[in-house]
Design a protein around this ligand. Structure first.
Ligand code: 13P
Length: 250
């Protein structure tokens, strides 16, 4: 059985005070939920603080650089994340692919660096609206998954994939549970065909894109949806608690 994960991507939001208050409210709620792993992904500056304040929540960084160290102003290495006790790292979020030059080669290098450094990648994939309209959603997602994983050896327990259709991110337009399930099942089939049966069975695949307190339960009830990567709703303690509970009840 795959244990569900709910990860809250704060993106470039929050402050030290905000993090303190939100984690204060979340941590005790999560304590009572046994069947879900709760992760928050604050701006890197707040990871240490969150980890110091949280007993039941782990952290994902929002990015890393694949190099071990060196002249890369503004960047963060996997060793630094490991040093902080950061368990996960988001890689290939569509905002980074679109705005910060994270192309398929860079994403693949980052995934390899994360595995090598002992921080679990949450590999984000997803098609644009235009690609969906043109019938390319499956091909795009397949290529994003395989270009990041081809030739890598990794423990499938340590990989998380997040399917985030770009047209559903921050738009209030959620993929229907059926639409999301269809792509999740497809990703699992791609893993089975191209990586291993074990990977298809064990890799957790999260849905992201306007998940909120009222849509979470139905999305998470789908067979191949192992939780969510949540943006806006993860900034509101009450909503995020409901989403965590929905995953725990899967
Ligand atoms: P929203 O939940 O705000 O649509 O963001 C989704 C996302 O990009 C999570 O990484």
């Amino acid at each position: 059985m795959r244990k569900p994960i709910v990860a809250g991507n704060w993106k470039m939001n929050g402050s030290s005070l905000f993090a303190k208050e939100l984690i204060g409210q979340l941590d005790s709620h999560v304590q009572d939920l046994s069947n879900v792993e709760v992760v928050v992904s604050p701006p890197a500056l707040y990871i240490s603080q969150v980890l110091a304040d949280a007993e039941n929540i782990s952290c994902a960084a929002q990015n890393l650089h694949d190099a071990q160290a060196g002249a890369f102003t503004g960047e963060i290495s996997v060793a630094m994340l490991q040093d902080l006790g950061c368990k996960y790292v988001l890689i290939g979020h569509s905002e980074r692919r679109e705005m910060f030059g994270d192309n398929v080669e860079f994403v693949a290098k980052k995934v390899a660096a994360a595995f090598a450094g002992g921080v679990n990648p949450i590999l984000c994939v997803g098609e644009s609206l235009e690609q969906r309209k043109n019938g390319q959603a499956f091909a795009v997602v397949k290529e994003q998954v395989l270009s990041a994983l081809r030739g890598l050896s990794f423990d499938p327990d340590n990989l998380v994939i997040a399917y985030e259709p770009i047209w559903a991110i921050g738009t209030g337009e959620t993929a229907s549970p059926e639409q999301a399930q269809e792509v999740h099942a497809y990703i699992r089939q791609v893993l089975a065909d191209e990586i291993s049966a074990e990977a298809a069975e064990k890799v957790r695949i999260l849905y992201g894109g306007s998940v909120n307190a009222s849509t979470a339960e139905e999305l998470f009830s789908q067979q191949d949806i192992d939780g969510g990567l949540v943006g806006g709703a993860s900034l509101k303690a009450d909503d995020f608690k409901i989403i965590c509970s929905a995953a725990a009840n899967k």
